[in-house]
Write a protein of this length. Sequence first.
Length: 150
Amino acid sequence: MSRAIDVYTIGFTKKSAEKFFKFIRSSNISTLLDVRLNNVSQLAGFAKRDDLRFFLRELCEVEYIHLPELAPTKEILNPYKKGEMSWEVYQDKFLNLMAKRRIEKDIKSILLQGGCLLCSENEPHFCHRRLVVEYLNDSSELNLKVKHLY
């Protein structure tokens, strides 16, 4: 088994900017990996792409990278958000999408070490960021030690 890689996940909803950036700063995160499909929504507040990149750099000395290949497609996400698809079906479709994309071949351990996957959901239980790290643990040689920040 390879050496464990510390990786974090966080959602921005139900968090003040103060709480969000304190989590990032206190967790020794080096790179925020944005796994949202839409990272420029007006609803994102302080977590809009350009604002977030600025705040991370200035407040936390953290790099920002958008990884839309780790996000579900609109065809998967929208029916789930509208309540037209159960979590179980959403999860199955997203896991199949990651397998089809072969994300485990493209994601390098150096990117994940000290990285933090960002999505909008407050908690990881029903969020694709949790599915991403679980999929990578199951489908690659990566040994991810995951800590969800919420």
